[in-house]
Design a protein around this ligand. Structure first.
Ligand code: ZZB
Length: 258
């Protein structure tokens, strides 16, 4: 799978992360790096997600930058030019997902320029980098999870102010209008992140409708079909140094080597 890794630069660490990281990154800029297949939706980022029970590492990419990703993500990156020595990772420290929550990061191309890191229990350690950027206008998982966090902020240990945002229309489709995720969740009557099966269906529907039937309503390619805008936004992000190409090895290779 050809993802893009979005470089979400840390602006302010949560107190727990600050304590863990202090003195260990050697002056490097640190980025959370979610893998996405939907670069054209980056205008609508409202937050970032990590798995609260997952382990992450802060990995040196070179002398000036470090990325927060899963160990698996870092290992893949090390074979794609994203490490000082090919195939070798340099982990500066390990950190729990739960401690990263509350960190403030930049959202490249985002209408909301800085967003918070929030917990999402369904983040898979076995996919991408284990970090996810959230676009609740177009991703049913992101929409339902942010709604759930709002309802039970105390339980999830999140400050309601981290969720103080509105959805941003990014693309419009004839069938669902310009907030596809809300409409698809309504249609499938999805109430909770625990409706995993329905959410998987919703993702499929939202993805297809957006890609084949969507028109951009924001950004440099407003008015263009999503299919045309997607590679252009991707290239723009990479050219601006705001993202890096990130490929996921397929099937056999990964299942054999872990
Ligand atoms: C931003 C975004 C905007 C995404 C959207 C989707 C949508 P796929 O097709 O199943 O591979 N993702 C990435 N890594 C993980 C992970 N470890 N655990 C859970 N979710 C993850 O899905 C790729 C998408 O799943 C990625 O693209 C990422 O969210 C999420 F409007 O990034 B996406 C209808 C989907 N819309």
């Amino acid at each position: 799978q050809e993802y893009v890794g979005i470089k979400m630069e840390v602006v302010e660490w949560s107190p727990a992360a600050k304590e863990a990281i202090d003195g260990k990154v050697g002056g490097r800029k640190v980025f959370l790096v979610p893998a996405t297949l939907r670069p054209e939706t980056m205008y609508g980022q409202t937050n970032c997600f990590v798995g609260p029970t997952l382990k992450y590492g802060v990995f040196a990419i070179n002398d000036s930058e470090a990325y927060v990703v899963s160990h698996r993500g870092a290992r893949n990156m090390a074979f794609q030019g994203l490490s000082p020595t090919r195939g070798e990772v340099i982990q500066l420290l390990e950190i729990d997902g739960a401690s990263i929550v509350g960190t403030r990061v930049k959202a490249p191309l985002g209408i909301i320029p800085e967003v918070y890191v929030l917990p999402m229990e369904s983040v898979k350690a076995t996919k991408g980098t284990g970090v996810v950027t959230s676009v609740p206008s177009d991703s049913p998982d992101d929409y339902i999870t942010t709604q759930e966090l709002r309802k039970k902020a105390e339980y999830y240990k999140v400050d309601p102010k981290w969720l103080d945002f509105e959805l941003i229309p990014v693309l419009s489709t004839a069938k669902y209008g310009n907030l596809t995720a809300i409409e698809v969740c309504k249609e499938l009557k999805i109430q909770s992140p625990k409706d995993a099966k329905a959410l998987a269906d919703a993702k499929e529907i939202a993805y297809k409708e957006g890609f084949y039937g969507g028109t951009m309503v924001i950004g440099d390619f407003a008015g263009e079909p999503v299919q045309d805008a997607k590679p252009k936004v991707r290239a723009q992000l990479i050219d601006m140094g705001l993202a890096v190409p990130y490929a996921e090895p397929e099937g056999l290779v990964m299942s054999r080597s872990g």
